[in-house]
Design a protein around this ligand. Structure first.
Ligand code: GLA
Length: 764
């Protein structure tokens, strides 16, 4: 079942098909030691020596004189505090006397089939048989504090997830000042760290650097996972790359303040920690109460970063995203934000919808500005009442008109926010998060609602439900456009103010849960000023998240590359927008914008009534291509072949079906070069002994759609379905494509993208 306890050795062995993780109970005192995580070990004889307790300073039961040295070098499974381990701690709990020493020892364990949910938190899950859980109960004998360390082994995706629950059995009130979800002590080795940094409109850019002595961390204190730093950290052995080398990946299933930290100690030992950021955090536990941490996903790959990526994709698709749309074709939507911003009325929306419907678009999404007196972004958040000056007859009238042309409807909300200029704020100023006597910092001129208060979130949900029930609404975009500052809740007592930011996240999860429970068929897309809350926690509620407010195709190459490092393509909200791009001022060909959006959820974010005829004519073709390939893109296996962020010239990735018989190649030449020849880009995951027919999917030719229609009807891509005149055809062995590469002919000009279809030939 993937989890064993070897009684004689006092050893826990957790196995997935390609990895092993081992924990040992050491010495009479019962220290819990981390022995190994890495490549699968078939035979674990002698594993206990990995804790090095057979050499000085030995365990305290052999040599108590050097307890301090033991504490500061032993590879702890979950680090202690204030008892001699001077490396970074995992758990800091203070008692009423102000003492905060914690020293956890093994008490008992259980091995269970399946995996429980985490109360109030998003978490991975699995069908019976696909996941099993080890729970190790530890205790601090001096205080009676208990900590349960949980490990769930997902054998089908080579992943282990972890979380910690602390139970206050001390008999007195205690305060948790710090609690990490994961602590991993590793043997010293030369590693690089890989993280994703960014900012608004430039989310999730890869950053790799050599790990030195001391501490390196990435974090968010913004009340959301943030544009700036993704709750993800990987350690890459020296020289590891996309296809080779050992890689450890850690990803936090949480959407608020976090820290991911790695420390290289005096002896070169490495400790990785991940959890809720302790800085604004303090949680009071009454006797008998417990605190549950969010979980961390751990993945080990012995074949480079790419394998880590694919295991995360498999985990998220199979064991995290719950929405019924996960495996379904998402409707092609047109969102009015970049088309109109706040300047719209029903007639303008219907013009866009009618033109869109003619060309094959299936849903109109009405973005910001439909409620209260929201004529700009300075006001009205919190007043979720339809503005009937803009939309006479309300949403019902609009959706009735849309129904006549067969268009579905989606709506934007920003439920967690309040404008100072709103009826809601005038009624309830104390509902905003702010510190009495201090002018709160505004961002986009708005404040954040204290949704940790039940009456506040109940009120907002009621307003939302009233709107949702007033018309047919198939999709919701849930936005969050500013970070949290001035943390203070009008109702929490002084000693509990440190609970606000975590309570906020739990409240937001509860609100999203209520929304999806009430409308089970709803397609929910999360968003936060673009991609400021793109994390595994949010995927538990919505199958897709808006990647970035930057819709420029070339900037999107980088943003989507970083996003796809961790997340399946089907999660990435991506739309075609107008040129010059509103953020970059850059012009890119319409086909390039289409190809970049096709590798995400696909849709349009422009005023379709203002497109040139040439562009408009391409839309039905794009839509047919989306229908033909969306399943492959959504469910397929992703491989990165070339990175524009690294080579500064071109970008290439591929998506294979499970059998690698159908493959799509996305290629973009960002910068043209003089006297350029064709280039060969190595492919991955193909059947080397087979031959592949390579065809270029032509997005410009209107009549291409006829061929694609066949594909859609038969729900398969096979020979003769794409007329020969549309494509250049080539037959090449999988061996050549993998070891030499696919030949990409010289393209004329900057920003040129191409889509290639490979089909394995029937060798008859
Ligand atoms: C955020 C979102 C945008 C749009 C605006 C509306 O910036 O990321 O897509 O919804 O808010 O105000």
């Amino acid at each position: 079942m993937g989890i064993r306890y070897l009684e004689k050795e006092r050893l826990f062995v957790l196995d997935t098909p390609n990895t092993t993780y081992m924990i040992g109970i050491v010495s009479k005192e019962g220290f819990l030691g981390h022995l190994y995580y890495g490549k699968k070990l078939e035979n674990v004889t002698g594993a206990m020596s990995l804790s090095r307790v057979n050499e000085p300073p030995y365990t305290p039961d052999t040599n108590d004189r050097d307890r301090g040295s033991f504490m500061d070098t032993f590879p702890f499974e979950y680090a202690s505090t204030n008892v001699g381990d001077f490396r970074e701690s995992a758990l800091v709990v203070r008692d009423g006397n102000g003492h905060s020493a914690v020293n956890l020892k093994y008490e008992s364990h259980s091995i269970e089939e399946g995996k429980n949910g985490l109360k109030g938190l998003p978490a991975t899950f699995g069908e019976q048989g696909s996941v099993n859980t080890l729970k190790i109960l530890c205790t601090d004998p001096e205080t009676g504090l208990k900590a349960e360390l949980s490990y769930s082994v997902f054998e089908d995706v080579d992943v282990i997830t972890r979380n910690v629950k602390v139970v206050n059995e001390t008999g007195d009130r205690v305060w948790i000042d710090k609690i990490m979800s994961m602590c991993l002590d590793m043997e010293g080795k030369s590693y690089d760290t890989l993280t994703l940094h960014g900012s608004w409109a430039r989310e999730r850019q890869e950053d790799r650097k050599t790990l030195g002595f001391g501490r390196f961390s990435i974090a968010s204190l913004r009340g959301e996972s943030s544009h700036q730093e993704q709750p993800f950290l990987a350690l890459l052995e020296e020289g590891a790359n996309d296809v080779a080398g050992e890689v450890y990946g850690f990803h936090f299933v949480y959407s608020g303040d976090f820290i991911a930290q790695v420390q290289k100690s005096q002896f070169g030992q490495i400790r990785v920690l991940m959890g809720i950021h302790p800085e604004y955090f303090c949680w009071e536990l009454a006797p008998g109460e417990e605190f549950q941490t969010p979980e961390v996903v751990m993945v080990f790959s012995d074949a480079g970063v790419g394998k880590m990526t694919r295991n995360l994709h498999f985990l998220y698709r199979n064991h995290l995203i719950r929405n019924p749309w996960l495996h379904k074709e998402r409707p092609i939507l047109i969102n009015n934000w970049e088309a109109t911003y706040f300047d719209f009325d029903a007639e303008k929306l219907l013009q866009i919808a009618r033109e869109g419907a003619k060309l094959g678009i299936e849903m109109l999404v009405l973005d910001d500005g439909w409620f209260g007196n929201r004529y700009d972004d300075n006001r009205a958040l919190g007043d979720w009442i339809v503005n009937t000056k803009k939309l006479p007859g309300g949403l019902r009238k609009l959706t009735d008109e849309l129904a006549k042309i067969g268009m579905k409807f989606g709506l934007w909300f920003e439920p967690e926010m309040i404008s100072a200029d709103s009826d809601l704020y005038r009624q309830h100023p104390d509902w905003a998060i702010q510190i009495p006597g201090r002018i709160p910092g505004r961002s986009r001129n708005q404040l954040v609602l204290d949704i940790s208060r039940k009456e506040v979130r109940d009120y907002i949900m009621e307003q939302m439900f009233r709107v949702m029930d007033s018309a047919e609404i198939d999709y919701v975009k849930w936005d969050m456009n500013r970070p949290l500052t001035d943390l203070a809740s009008a109702v929490l007592p002084g000693e509990r103010q440190g609970e606000l930011s975590h309570r906020y996240v739990l409240a937001m999860y509860e609100m999203q849960e209520r929304l999806i429970q009430r409308y089970p068929a709803l397609l929910l897309e999360n968003c936060s000023g673009g991609g400021g809350r793109f994390d595994p926690g949010m995927l538990y509620y919505s199958p897709q998240i808006w990647c970035s407010d930057n819709t420029d195709a070339i900037e999107r190459l980088k943003i989507q590359e970083g996003t796809a490092l961790l997340y399946p393509l089907g999660c990435m909200g991506a739309h075609i927008s107008a040129c010059p791009n509103h953020i970059m001022g850059r012009n890119t060909p319409f086909e390039t914008r289409a190809i970049t959006a096709l590798c995400g959820t696909f849709g349009y974010e422009l005023d379709i009534t203002r497109l040139s005829d040439e562009e408009r004519h391409q839309i039905p073709t794009q839509i047919h291509i989306y229908h033909a390939f969306q399943e492959l893109i959504r469910e397929g296996i992703y491989y990165r072949n070339a990175s524009y962020t690294k080579n500064h010239q071109y970008d290439c990735f591929q998506v294979n079906n499970k059998e690698a018989t159908t493959v799509l190649i996305f290629f973009t030449q960002v910068l043209a070069e003089a006297n350029m020849h064709s280039r060969f880009v190595k492919l991955q995951g193909l059947n080397t002994g087979k031959r592949y027919r390579i065809r270029e999917v032509n997005l410009q030719k209107g009549d291409f759609m006829k061929d694609v229609e066949n594909i859609v009807l038969k729900n398969t891509v096979s020979e003769n379905m794409i007329s020969e005149k549309m494509i250049s055809e080539n037959i090449v062995s999988g061996d050549i494509l993998m070891n030499v590469g696919i030949q990409i002919m010289r393209l004329n000009g900057d920003f040129q993208a191409r889509l290639y279809l490979l089909e394995q030939m029937d060798e008859g």
